[in-house]
Design a protein around this ligand. Structure first.
Ligand SMILES: [Fe+2]
Length: 264
């Protein structure tokens, strides 16, 4: 059967991505380490996106579109880190919008139909928003949700692993310019328990960052994503790096209940 345009475009864009990432693998150790982090994250997000697409029984063309969005969702991270030496959008600029500029500059998705181009651009633009805008059509919404899940499902273990090893080697790029002070912000707990996801702007320290990421588990979209989060024990593992406190216990129970319900 003849391949769709997204299926034909995906292999060449993988090559472009590999070469684009390689530009940032210089002898600048800090830049190199963080470019590798984002390159490898992107490959894993592509693999997770393929799993989610499979669980949704997407056809080959739709799966290829999901993979294109996954491949490009963090393309802005390389320029962001090279320019600002941080992955904090609050301290630099929105990396999703940097990504849109790069996609446009290199005409990366010009072979796609106009509808598919808009879908990929929308998925990239909104992948890191606290919530998706209202008014997206069903198909765009499905793709935007898919990339958001795949992204979160890779960042969570990345951050958990970093919490495990940061006493050995700190990477300021992973710390969001937030201090490692004791305690956490109770107002973040209130937001998690009442409303779900939390704005990055509320974070005051490393524990707040962990809480905000823990709350991502309240904002997954597909049963496969919840099952994966459950199997990988993300909630328990993230909470093991948070203070021993009844408020944290309440958040853990709320998140664990939501994950269990989402698997069905
Ligand atoms: Fe990402």
């Amino acid at each position: 059967m003849k391949k769709s345009v997204p299926e034909m475009l995906y292999p060449s864009l993988r090559l472009f991505f590999e070469e684009y990432a390689a530009i940032h693998l210089t002898d600048d150790e800090d830049l190199c380490r963080n470019a590798l982090l984002k390159r490898d994250h992107t490959w894993r997000v592509c693999a997770l996106a393929e799993k989610i697409a499979g669980s949704l029984k997407m056809n080959a063309g739709e799966t290829a579109l999901a993979l294109l969005s996954s491949l490009l969702h963090d393309i802005g991270r390389f320029e962001q880190y090279a320019s600002y030496r941080t992955f904090s959008d609050l301290h630099s600029e929105n990396h999703a919008l940097v990504g849109l500029r790069i996609i446009e500059k290199h005409e990366l998705i010009s072979p796609l139909s106009e509808a598919d181009r808009e879908l990929v651009l929308s998925a990239v633009e909104h992948h890191n928003a606290q919530a998706l805008p209202v008014g997206l059509d069903e198909r765009t919404l499905r793709h935007a949700r898919l990339i958001r899940d795949a992204d979160k499902l890779d960042i969570l273990p990345l951050m958990i692993n970093y919490s495990e090893t940061r006493h050995l080697a700190k990477n300021p790029g992973m710390e969001g310019k937030l201090p490692d002070t004791p305690g956490f912000s109770p107002e973040i707990i209130d937001v998690i328990l009442c409303c779900g996801t939390v704005s990055n702007a509320m974070r005051k320290n490393q524990n707040d960052m962990r809480l905000v990421q823990l709350a991502w588990l309240l904002d997954l979209n597909f049963p496969w994503s919840y099952s994966y989060a459950f199997e990988q024990k993300f909630a328990q593992r993230m909470c093991s790096f948070l203070p021993d406190d009844p408020m944290i216990d309440r958040v853990y129970e709320h998140v664990a209940r939501t994950v269990a319900a989402g698997m069905r």
